[in-house]
Design a protein around this ligand. Structure first.
Ligand code: RIB
Length: 292
């Protein structure tokens, strides 16, 4: 079983031919409202791959909150631990242009955690094989969850996004850290090749279609990605994390788990929206078959 503690957002997505310059107004091509949030996306990715998956998080007391919970339920993610808090749901404004995206997140309810509220979730965390965390909820809450999971032997995947300085204790508590190249540089102040050598079998740096990088204690491991025509990369990292959790929960070795996650991520970018392109298990296995 996989549990995700993290953010649930509504994504307000604008598609345009190019990213606007400062002070410039552009006519865009399309607007969509899609369920998102790194936490919710990672939960949906894991559930699509056939895992029993639960979400711990908050939505606001607004129309977005209602439809965000509905969406998680439709995607087979357990919402027993999703609370509705006063105020607005988290939202993300996303500009998709030139094959990439830029995102601003307004956390809203994702940041409304009461003192020691996390203690209510001890039992579900204990029952889980893997707990996935990101940084779109308060850092002290992330630390508290990592601590709880660590104590009961639940594997912790920390996706340190959006990047921010991490206390050394949190890095120690995580079994796996999964930044992308930019986040890795921000976190460790060095190139991915050097950073992974400092955290063997723990730091996995995602590099888009190039794949992912980690160090196995002896050598640098570059697990190749899949070259595909990306229409929207939003949620690719989240798909990677959900799929990595799925493979680890199944007991796959790290090399195979990263390869599985790369395949899942490559499928997700072939559709618009963070969650729409997240693949089913069969599609991932088929893509992995293309390697043989
Ligand atoms: O990783 C993509 C996600 O980041 C989006 O769905 C958006 O909500 C932001 O949290």
């Amino acid at each position: 079983m996989i549990t995700v503690a993290g953010s649930i957002n509504m994504d307000l997505v604008v598609t345009t031919d190019r990213t606007p310059n400062k002070g410039e107004t552009l006519l865009g091509r399309d607007f969509q409202t899609n369920p998102g949030g790194k936490g919710a996306n990672q939960a949906v990715a894991a559930a699509r791959l056939g895992n029993t998956t639960n979400m711990i998080g908050h939505v606001g007391k607004d129309a977005f909150g209602v439809s965000l919970i509905e969406n998680l339920t439709q995607q087979n993610v357990g919402t027993e631990y999703v609370k509705t808090k006063d105020g607005s749901s988290g939202i993300a404004t996303i500009t998709v242009a030139e094959g990439d995206n830029s995102i601003i997140v307004i956390p809203g309810a994702n940041f409304s955690w009461e003192l020691e509220e996390w203690k209510q979730y001890a039992s579900i965390i204990q029952k889980s094989d893997v707990l996935i965390l990101q940084l779109e909820i308060p850092l002290n809450v992330v630390e508290a969850f990592a601590n709880m999971a660590n104590k009961v032997g639940t594997t912790v995947i920390l996706n340190p996004a959006p990047a921010q300085a991490l206390p050394a204790t949190l890095i120690t508590l995580a079994d796996y850290l999964t930044p992308n190249e930019t986040e890795c540089k921000e976190l460790f102040g060095m190139e991915a090749e050097d950073a992974v050598a400092q955290f063997p079998n723990k730091l996995i740096v995602t590099e888009g279609e190039k794949g992912a990088l980690y160090h196995d204690g002896t050598s640098l491991m570059r697990i190749p990605g899949f070259r595909v025509k990306a229409v929207d990369t939003t949620g690719a990292g989240d798909t990677f994390n959900g799929a990595l959790a799925s493979a680890i929960a199944e007991g796959l070795a790290l090399k195979e788990a990263v390869s599985f996650a790369n395949a899942a991520a490559s499928l997700s970018v072939q559709h618009h929206g963070a969650q729409k392109g997240m693949p089913l298990r069969e599609a991932v296995l088929e893509r992995l078959g293309e390697l043989e």
